[in-house]
Write a protein that binds this ligand. Sequence first.
Ligand code: SAM
Length: 349
Amino acid sequence: GAPAADLYPKKILEYMEGFLISKTVFTSCELGVFDVLLKAEQPLSAEEISQAVGASLDGTQRLLAACAGLQLLIVHHDKGQVLYSNTEEARVFLTRSSPLSLCQSIQYSSRTIYLCWHYLTDAVREGKNQYEKAFGVSSKDLFQAMYRSDEELVKFMHLMNSIWNICGKNVITAFDLSPFKVICDLGGCSGALAKQCTAVYPECTVTIFDLPKVVRMSQEHFVSVADQRISFHEGDFFKDSLPVADLYILARILHDWTDERCIKLLQRIYEACKPGGAVLLVEALLNEDGSGPLTVQLYSLNMLVQTEGRERTDAQYAALLTTAGFTNIQHCLTGKIYDAVMGYKRHEI
Ligand code: SAM
C-alpha cells in the first residue's frame, strides 16, 4: 500500500468533525436565522441578519457562510453585495412556523441529547444512561428523569410529534389496519400517530394511553377536542389496567426498555387484547446480522445514553412477541426510518 504519510483519512476526518455540522445547524435554528429570512421574503445581507437575530456581525458572517456550505442557504451576489436566502429544504424544515418544522426536535437534540452524548464513553463503560451526570437527576424512574420539568416534557413531545409528519403514514399503512375498529395507542404521547390512523382508516377510533401529565399536555397543546374519534386514557402501562381494544400500537415504546420489561408489557397487552386482535410495533429495525442501517446502530447508542433499552432486529421483536403469546408475526420495512411488526392473538376456538 501507499506510505502512511500519503494517506488522506477523509472518512475519519469527516467523522471527527461531524459534530461541527450538528452544532452549526443547532445554532442557526436557535438564533432564528431561517425564520428571519422567511419573514423578510427577500435575500438579506449578513448585517441585516445579524441585527435581526441580535448577534455579532463577524460571528453571523461565519455562520451564514457555513450554512451556505451546508446547502441550507443560497448565496446571491448583487452589485458587489453578498445576500442570503433559505433553500427550499431550510424553509420547509428549519423555520419555526412551518407545519413540517424540525426546530423543536433540533432544540431537543441540542439541549438534551447532545449533553447526554457528552458522556457516551461513561455510558458504554457502565452500560447505562447518563441523566445523573448530564442533568443531576436520578434515573431510577426513566420517565421521571426525562420529564424533569414541563419544558423538557413539551420539548420531548414535540420531538416525538415531528417525525410522524414525515413518516407516520408509511408505518400506519405498512399493514392493512382497516379490520381493527378500536385502537389503543399505548404511550401515544402527542397523538401524532393517532391522527394518522383516523385520517387513513375512517372507521376506527383511537385511545391515546399515556402518563397523566403527558395526556394533559397532549390535550392542551396537540390534539384538538374537535377530533371526536380520538380519546385519552391516563395511566401507567406497567401497572394500571389497559383499555380493551382490537389493536394496540406500541410506537417507539419497546426500544426504551429491557427485554424483561418488554415481555411484561406485551403479556399485559395480550391479556387485555380481544381474541383475533393484534399488536403493532413501530420501531427502527436493525438488520438481522446487526450490520446496519447506520442510523439505527446510532439510535441504539442513543438508547444507551438516554433510556434502559436498545434497538432490535425483527427477529428479536418476534421473540419478545412470541414469549408473550402472540402468533403469526410479520414485519414490514417501510424504506424510511421506522418500520412495523405485527403480532396476533389467536381467535378463540
Ligand atoms: N408513541 C410515541 C411516538 O412514537 O411518537 C411516543 C414514544 S416515547 C419514546 C415513549 C412514550 O411512552 C412517552 O409518551 C411516554 O410518556 C410513554 N410512557 C412511558 N412510560 C409509560 C408508562 N409507564 N405508562 C404509560 N406511558 C408511558
